[in-house]
Design a binder for this molecule. Sequence first.
Ligand SMILES: C[S@@+](CC[C@H](N)C(=O)[O-])C[C@H]1O[C@@H](n2cnc3c(N)ncnc32)[C@H](O)[C@@H]1O
Length: 306
Amino acid sequence: MSGARDRLRAALGWPARRLLDPRARWTADLVDDQLGGHRGERPAVHDRLDVLEELQRRQLAALGAHDAAGRALPRSLEALDEPVAALVNWAAGPDGPAAQAGLWFNEPVPVRVGPGRAEVLLVNERIVEQPYVLAAVPSGASVLDVGGAESTLALALASRGHDVRVVDPRGYPLAHPGLSVSACALSALSLDERVDCAVALSAVEHFGLGHYAGSGAGDDRDALVALRSLVRPGGTLLLTVPFAADAGVEGFERVYDLASLDALLAGWEVVDRSAAWRLDRLTWMAGSLEAPRGDRGVALVTAVNR
Ligand SMILES: C[S@@+](CC[C@H](N)C(=O)[O-])C[C@H]1O[C@@H](n2cnc3c(N)ncnc32)[C@H](O)[C@@H]1O
C-alpha cells in the first residue's frame, strides 16, 4: 500500500473507514462478533480499534520498524541508530526474548551491531570445544550431554545418528527423534542402560557454585564420580573446562590447573589431553596444558571408564 493511502487510512476514524473500506468493514464486523455485539451497533468497537491501531504503531516504533507516525523506517545498516542497535543486541543476546523462552544458544562468534556497523564481539572457547567433541565422539556411540541446554551440540549429534540424552535442570528446547531429555540435575539422573559416551562441555566447572537454578547438591568432582556409574565400562568421557596456570574460582565458574584437573579426573584413565589458549579477544590457538600461551585456556580431555 502506498504512503498516501496509509496516511489517509490513519487519518480516517473507524466509523468512516467502515463505510469506505471493505477490509475495515470486515475487521470491525469481526470485532463486533467477538465482543458479542450487533454488527455496527456498538460505537465502542471503533474506539477499541483506534486504541489497538495506536498500540500497534507504538510497538512497531519501539521495535524500530516504524517511526512514531507509523512511517516505515529504512532497514539498512547505515540507518541504524544507537537505541535501535541496543534493542537488536539485547534481542540477540542471553537476556533477550528468545533467551527468556529458553531459545538462546551460546554460539562461538557472537556479533554485535552499532550505528552503521556490525562487528565480532569476541570468539569464545566454543570455537575449539565443539570441534574437539564432534571429532572425538566414538562412531555410533550413545551420548549423554551434561549441561547441554544452551547448545546445539546435542541436536548436531542426534542429527549425525547418535542416540543422545541431554541432562540439564533447564531441559532442552530442541527436538529430534534421536534425542531425549532429562530435565534434572545430573545427581538426580538414573538410566536404564549406561551410555557409551558422556560429554561435559564447559559444564561441570559451574556445578555447586549456586549460579544455575536446579543444579542441586554436589560439585564438579561429585559429577565426575556420578558419570562413572552412568558410562559403561570402557566407555568414554569428553570433558572440556577452563584452564590456567593457577586454579581458582572466577565469577560463576572454576578455572583448573594441572593439579586440580588431575584431581577432577580421579578414577578415569586419561587417553588424550590438550589445550587451546586464548591469545587475544578473537584468537584461540591449539597447544598443550603444560605450556601456557596466555592467561586463559581451555582443557580438552578424553578419558576412559576403566
Ligand atoms: C555454561 S552452560 C554449559 C554449556 C553447554 N554445554 C554448551 O555447550 O554451550 C552450564 C549448563 O550446566 C547446567 N547445569 C548446572 N548444574 C547442573 C547439574 N547439576 N546437572 C546438569 N546440568 C547442570 C546449566 O543449567 C547450564 O545449562
